[in-house]
Ligand binder design. Structure first.
Ligand SMILES: O=C(O)[C@H]1O[C@H](OP(=O)(O)OP(=O)(O)OC[C@H]2O[C@@H](n3ccc(=O)[nH]c3=O)[C@H](O)[C@@H]2O)[C@H](O)[C@@H](O)[C@@H]1O
Length: 294
C-alpha cells in the first residue's frame, strides 16, 4: 500500500514508519520539523520505498496545537476524500477524557475537560478534530479510524519533551533530582511504542474498516511516585526526588479500558513496563552521548 504518515519524523511517526517499511509498504513522511528530527528518519533514507517531505499540514494556520489538530486534520480529511479509496487514521488521545470521573476510561465516556484551562489547546483541539472526523464520515462517507492513545513511551522520544518518562530517565542518567509534580499519587498507564504501532496497523487493516474510537493503551496503572522509584532502580541512579507543584488540570488518574481493542482488533499490550523502560533507558543513554541536551 501507499501510506502517508504526518508527523513522520516524530516519536510515534518514526516508529510507525519503521514497522510499515518492514511490511514492504511505500511510505511518504510529512513533517514540519517543529519537534520531529531528521535523525529519526535517517535509517530509512536509502530505502526506495521511502520519501520524506518537509511541509506543514496546517498552512496557513500555524504555531499551536489547536491549529495542528483542527485545521491540520480538516486538510487531511479533504485530502483523503479526494483520493479514490483512502483510509485516514486520526491519532486522538486519552486527554479527551480530561480529569476523568469514570475509571478506567471507556470510549463511551465523554470526559471532563476544562475548556479554558492551560491544557485545553491540546485536549479541545483533539476533541474538535474527532468531531470533524465523525461529521465527515456521516456527511461525506469518510473512511476514518480514530484511536485514543494513552501515555506512550519508547525509542525516539525527545529527551526534552517534558513528559514524565523522558524527564525521569534523563534526570536519573544525569544524576539530577527527579521532578515529581504534586505528591506523586496521580496515576498513569504506560504503553510501549511497539505495542501501540501494532495496534495502529491492526486498526488501519480492520476488514470492516471500523471507525472507533478505540482506546490503545496499557491498562497497567501506576503512580508517578512508583514510576520515579522504578526508574531510579533500573538506572541504578542515586538521584533524589524533588517535589514540585502540580500543574493545573493535571488528570489525577488515567487507565484505559481496552475491551473494544481486544474485541475488534484482538489487541492488547505485550511489553511489560520494566522491559519497555529498560529499552528506553538504553536508547536515552545512547542519545545523550550524541547530543548536548542540558
Ligand atoms: O498519551 C497521552 O494520553 C497524553 O499524555 C500526555 O500528557 P500527560 O499524561 O500529562 O503526560 P506527562 O506530561 O508525561 O505527565 C504524566 C504525569 O507525570 C507528571 N510529571 C510529568 C513530568 C515530570 O517531570 N514530573 C511529573 O511528575 C505529570 O504531572 C503527570 O501527572 C502527553 O503529554 C500527551 O501528548 C498525550 O496525548
Amino acid at each position: 500500500m501507499k501510506i502517508l504518515v504526518t508527523g513522520g519524523a516524530g516519536f510515534i511517526g518514526s516508529n510507525l514508519i519503521m514497522a510499515l517499511l518492514q511490511h514492504n509498504h511505500q511510505v511518504v513522511s510529512i513533517d514540519n520539523y517543529y519537534t520531529g528530527k531528521t535523525a529519526n528518519l535517517s535509517p530509512f533514507k536509502d530505502n526506495p520505498n521511502f520519501k520524506e517531505y518537509s511541509y506543514d499540514i496546517t498552512i496557513p494556520w500555524k504555531d499551536n496545537p489547536e491549529a495542528t489538530n483542527i485545521w491540520g486534520t480538516q486538510n487531511l480529511i479533504e485530502f483523503t476524500l479526494a483520493q479514490k479509496s483512502a483510509r485516514l487514521l486520526f491519532s486522538s488521545t486519552s486527554e479527551v477524557y480530561g480529569d476523568p470521573h469514570e475509571h478506567p476510561q471507556k470510549e463511551s465516556y465523554h470526559g471532563n475537560v476544562n475548556p479554558i484551562g492551560i491544557r485545553a489547546c491540546y485536549d479541545e483541539g483533539k476533541r474538535a478534530a474527532e468531531t470533524f472526523c465523525f461529521d465527515s464520515k456521516r456527511q461525506f462517507g469518510l473512511n476514518v479510524a480514530v484511536i485514543r492513545i494513552f501515555n506512550t513511551y519508547g525509542i525516539n522520544m525527545l529527551p526534552d519533551d517534558g513528559r514524565v518518562v523522558s524527564n525521569f530517565i534523563v534526570q536519573a542518567l544525569k544524576g539530577r533530582e527527579l521532578t515529581v509534580y504534586g505528591d506523586g499519587t496521580q496515576t498513569r498507564s504506560l504503553c510501549y511504542v511497539d505495542d501501540l504501532v501494532r495496534g495502529i496497523i491492526l486498526m488501519m487493516n480492520h476488514p470492516q474498516h471500523i471507525s472507533g474510537p478505540i482506546n490503545l493503551g496499557n491498562p497497567h496503572e501506576q503512580t508517578v511516585q512508583e514510576l520515579a522509584e522504578q526508574i531510579l532502580n533500573l538506572t541504578g541512579s542515586s538521584s533524589k526526588i524533588r517535589y514540585l507543584p502540580l500543574p493545573s488540570d493535571d488528570p489525577k488518574k488515567r487507565k484505559p479500558d481496552i475491551t473494544l481493542a481486544q474485541q475488534y482488533l484482538d489487541w492488547e499490550p505485550t511489553v511489560p513496563v520494566t522491559t519497555g523502560l529498560t529499552q528506553t533507558i538504553s536508547y536515552f543513554k545512547n542519545a545523550l552521548t550524541k547530543t548536548t541536551i542540558t
